[in-house]
Design a protein around this ligand. Structure first.
Ligand SMILES: *Cc1c(COP(=O)(O)O)cnc(C)c1O
Length: 323
């Protein structure tokens, strides 16, 4: 599907709202029905009908169609934060006594979900070095239910061979989830590589204006239907109509912003890599990255985050630079 069609038109039934180009904010908790019969019909299909905004709202519906199309997924659920999407995705696919495999050094609150919260419910997680496929094979147990990826990982920018992990998981009947926040759908397409569920923060690149917190979950309709009628409605972590409205505004410029971010980052990275005070720079699209070939293979580009190790080990010097 053409990218500008997705961000500017898909899901927008403009004739329903005076042909407004910007969809109206529908700031309502519930929706009225003329007859009991109509209400009954809607309740039997709550995921597709707007009845109550914890389940659905027309503005969120437009947004979920666009996000699903961007991620090349059948369907998407939109959450109040990236962590709401991540917790819901994980909790929907594991039960007491089961085991999770996760890459080491994921996003900090994902780490806390897996290592602080889930052990209370007798769910154990192995945190592995995800740069080698053998480590995933070795970590699989009889009670493993899911593999959680983040490629590249936060801060350390370590990649996983996404297609290889997806294949291994399918063979062992395990669910795969990936946090695709870093590359985003324009630069990495995990569903096409065989991953079951893609989660994202939308507070960063999708939002892009530092004025909203949101998250998304993309998957097959079978999986999103299952999650909708259990964890999604039970935890109640849906995005608010206003934040959904802001995010639709943001998506109009998403590809343009990503192009600019990539351009600028490459210049900054080049400058820093050649700087005398820098020991090492970690960026997946830098030739010095140990997994540069894999990055080229599975990512179309790398946006604005990278890490630098300074030559100095003095905390004061580091503080000075940051200040
Ligand atoms: C920020 C972030 C999250 C969490 O998203 P929130 O919208 O802040 O809840 C998850 N994963 C990654 C990689 C992030 O950078």
């Amino acid at each position: 599907m053409d990218i500008s069609y997705i961000i500017n038109q898909l899901g927008e039934e403009r004739a329903d709202y005076y042909n407004a180009v910007a969809p109206p904010l529908i700031q309502t908790s519930n929706f009225a029905f003329n007859t009991v019969e109509e209400l009954r019909k809607a309740v039997s299909n709550e995921k597709e009908c707007s009845i109550y905004t914890r389940g659905n709202n027309p503005i969120t519906d437009i947004l979920s169609k666009k996000i699903a199309a961007l991620e090349k997924a059948e369907d998407a659920l939109i959450f109040t934060s990236g962590m709401a999407a991540i917790s819901t995705a994980v909790l929907a696919n594991v039960k007491a006594g089961q085991h999770i495999i996760c890459v080491k050094n994921p996003y900090s609150w994902t780490y806390k979900l897996l290592n602080n919260l889930l052990p209370k419910y007798n769910i154990e997680t192995s945190m592995i070095d995800g740069t080698r496929i053998e480590n995933f094979e070795d970590a699989i147990r009889d009670n493993t239910s899911l593999i959680y990826l983040e490629s590249p990982t936060s801060l350390f920018f370590e990649l996983q061979d996404i297609a290889a992990v997806a294949k291994l998981a399918k063979k062992n009947e395990l669910i795969t989830i990936i946090d695709n926040s870093y590359a985003g759908p324009l630069y990495q397409a995990p569903i096409e590589m065989g991953i079951d569920i893609v989660v994202h923060t939308a507070s960063k690149y999708f939002g892009g204006h530092s004025d909203l917190i949101a998250g998304v979950l993309c998957s097959s309709k079978e999986i999103t239907d299952r999650i909708f009628y259990d964890e999604f409605m039970i935890y109640g972590g849906i995005i608010s109509p206003f934040n959904a409205w802001l995010m639709l505004r943001s998506l109009r410029t998403y590809p343009l912003r990503m192009e600019r971010i990539v351009d600028t980052t490459q210049k900054v990275v080049e400058y820093l890599e050649n700087h005398s005070q820098i020991e090492r720079l970690i960026y997946p699209y830098s030739k010095s990255h140990p997994q540069y070939e894999l990055a080229k293979k599975q990512m179309k580009n790398a946006p604005g985050l990278f890490s630098v190790l300074l030559k100095t080990k003095s905390k004061d010097d580091i503080d000075k630079l940051c200040n």
